[in-house]
Write a protein of this length. Structure first.
Lengths: 352, 352
């Protein structure tokens, strides 16, 4: 919420617009469902009017209005969000992969064997051809090595420090500046109406938790991510849990359905993704045996804006949306066109 | 909250007491921290006055009073509770073990090989001597077999049906009647003051989720339990996640510290257990490197009341509290004596 309002208030240039903004901000804070008819409240000001914006507002209104046939009790109001490419920019490369690359290189001196061991060798040697051939299993082996032996607190500190100092190659901004303003508004709008918002990411728990509370106001207990087995020690009266390199939950693809079942234990009312890695999350949302008990909304953020961000779907290895494009029309999932649906992409555009 | 108030209101016999009850209920609903001095609000009416009751109230007041040096922001207010023996009766046998025994027998006809395979054979043959020798690994093999191939929804339905029809051998009540009234009040009191209450149980996720929302007002996303790996299928446009028999997280002993790290990602402010299986949870609460940032409270429910419930600690195989008794004095954890600290044990006593 703070994130949404900060940039947004700065954007206004004249007093009338500021007044309108403050009224609208107050309405959002009070919960938009309670705004009387005729007010200017727009819970999604960075969205252009259209079918997608209307579908989000209709779902929230229908599921929260007392007496509505589609009313959903507050305890069942769950909305899930992929992170990479759905809440923040993932091109030209997933941020955690870049962090992992730097971390592997930093750890290489302590691990001389890596010079002769794939997939580590590819990263240590900066062998771009070899790196391009790494599989998802390879990546999680690399990512596992960065976690191994670390406590959550220490790993999150490494991530926070890295995020504070590394910038996106095109936008020349830290990555936490590259969240999507329209999606921040969606998060805030759901929460203002009693929804719990969860991240369901292929990224690791502690990578996401390092910034999710500040960037999205999503607390650590509402982050589901790839996790590693761990060992617990109690030595000299100090309790510590340290990661092992073995994946416990691979929270991508089918793992997102499993993660939702394990961490949430309910079918979400709404789910937002952007790639084939989100298929199972969207299927679970709209196609579970119990889905019909309530309205459901499943949406893909569709990267259609090469000018303001990136344009990609079927032909990329980072955030590919291929099977999902076909599934979307079959299951009446909605495609959010970044080019056509969003007035702005990043929060900092509002301050211009 | 409903659970607490239901039995409690019924208990009152005369109009004056009813009035006091309703005032107190209103204060609890409004959040006890805001009760003006001099009111009769008692957030823990089933607790006898004493050091343990005072310690709980002090923690909640100190961590929620604006301007308090020990103030904890709402997002960090986490309290964790073991289930068996902490929130409900676990003697003479863990309820999930009894359910599992019945379930294994029901499945035996479809699994003829079990007649010759331990640990299944012990249960199918009702061989009490063999059953007494089963290890925790054996139990989780049995429990895994009851979960295998099941969806969460179907498994929870089996549990709910079993709980609705099976009664405790001594109290002749369904097991969900055998929750501890004083602990229901603790749960409600923490929640009324902005705490999120989590169950952290060695029992399985879906066993606990089958009754936790109704019995404790704890939603499924705040249940941490032993979990199984799963497989996801999307067939004929139906999304289903089915358990495998392989344990993913053994949420007992050290696994409770790991479960808290994975599911919550914060050090709890308060933790309640009753057995050595809760040691790591209590250690994590008070002895983590970050524990000193806030006040912490760790308590064991100590089963000292053979007349009203059971008396056991060091010499039982069900809920043994041995190492924990020594650790409690070393780490200033508190022992809640059921005999001395609790006016009543079960909610139905209030209706007498």
């Amino acid at each position: 919420m703070v994130v949404v309002l900060r940039g947004w208030i700065v954007r206004q240039r004249d007093a009338a617009a500021q007044w309108a903004t403050l009224v609208c901000a107050a309405v959002i804070l009070a919960g938009c469902a309670s705004a009387p008819p005729g007010t200017i409240a727009d819970p999604l000001p960075s969205w252009k009017d259209g079918a997608n914006k209307a579908a989000i507002i209709k779902l929230v209104q229908d599921t929260t209005r007392a007496g509505s046939p589609d009313f959903v009790p507050p305890s069942e109001r769950i909305a899930t969000f992929d992170n990479d490419g759905t809440l923040w920019c993932e091109h030209p490369m997933y941020v955690e992969v870049l962090f992992t690359r730097d971390r592997i290189r930093a750890l290489a001196a302590q691990n001389p064997g890596w010079r002769n061991e794939m997939p580590f060798k590819a990263v240590v040697d900066n062998d771009e051809a070899a790196m391009a051939k790494l599989t998802e299993t390879d990546f999680f082996k690399l990512i596992g090595a960065t976690h191994a032996g670390m406590t959550s607190v220490d790993f999150q500190k490494l991530v926070a420090d890295w995020l504070a100092t590394n910038k996106h190659p095109r936008f020349n901004r830290v990555y936490t500046d590259l969240t999507y303003q329209p999606m921040l508004e969606v998060l805030a709008y759901f929460r203002a109406n009693g929804y719990k918002t969860f991240i369901v990411s292929g990224g690791t728990l502690d990578f996401i938790r390092a910034f999710a509370e500040k960037a999205y106001a999503i607390p650590p207990e509402q982050v589901i991510g790839t996790s590693f087995d761990a060992s617990y020690t109690f030595t000299y009266d100090v309790a510590q849990t340290r990661a092992k390199p073995d994946v416990m939950l691979l929270d991508d693809g089918p793992g997102k359905a499993i993660g939702i079942d394990h961490y949430i234990g309910r079918v979400p009312i709404a789910a937002f993704g952007n790639s084939d890695g989100d298929l199972a999350m969207l299927e679970t949302t709209t196609q579970s045996p119990t889905s019909r008990a309530h309205p459901r909304l499943a949406m893909f953020v569709w990267h259609t804006d090469a000018a303001r961000e990136y344009a990609y779907d079927r032909d990329t290895s980072v955030g590919r949306l291929n099977v999902g494009l076909d599934a979307a029309s079959r299951h009446s999932w909605r495609l959010i066109s970044m080019k056509d649906d969003w007035k702005v992409i990043f929060p900092y555009e509002l301050a211009k």
